[in-house]
Ligand binder design. Sequence first.
Ligand code: GDP
Length: 194
Amino acid sequence: DRDSRQLGRPSPENGGGDAKNLRVKLVLLGDSGVGKSCIVLRFVRGQFDPTSKVTVGASFLSQTIALQDSTTVKFEIWDTAGQERYAALAPLYYRGAAVAVIAYDITSPESFSKAQYWVKELQKHGSPDIVMALVGNKADLQEKREVAVEDGMDYAEKNGMFFIETSAKTADNINELFEVSDNLFTIGQVPPYL
Ligand code: GDP
């Protein structure tokens, strides 16, 4: 995919020895408008650009992270751009996904319910060892908060998920979100996607 090659930063040269280059398919789920595209663009391009939204079709971006032991992890990030509505596409979307990021908007209880729906879907149809992260986005909108931090945290804990609140706008916890995934990877809980 040409776009992903252009957008993904080149991984460090593999000098041999113990160096490993790993690929992780990561799928993004959550209600429309919770900020999925903005989270990815913040992570991959380091900017907040609400106007560059993909409205039709799934978008695909990649980002490579270098770990301290010269391993590189290339995240292949799949953003549905609303196509999660079409049940027929779901198996294709989830197939081979090692990590699922399920996002909601902390100002929208409806989006929190929808996130719970996606968790159940993944528990039914995703790979049994998929790693799931629950993300409460728009954490910069504290004065409009309608989902308590504890509610997100409790739900994530009950479902064996990681939990983090982020802001794609201010960049708060965006890198930390993806570090969660690569830490997991290095301790061997996430099977490589090949
Ligand atoms: P998606 O449909 O889930 O991909 O959502 P988008 O990434 O297109 O974002 C939807 C809207 O939410 C846009 O207007 C963004 O400007 C806004 N948005 C996204 N992330 C944040 C955030 O962290 N804070 C605030 N205040 N707005 C955000």
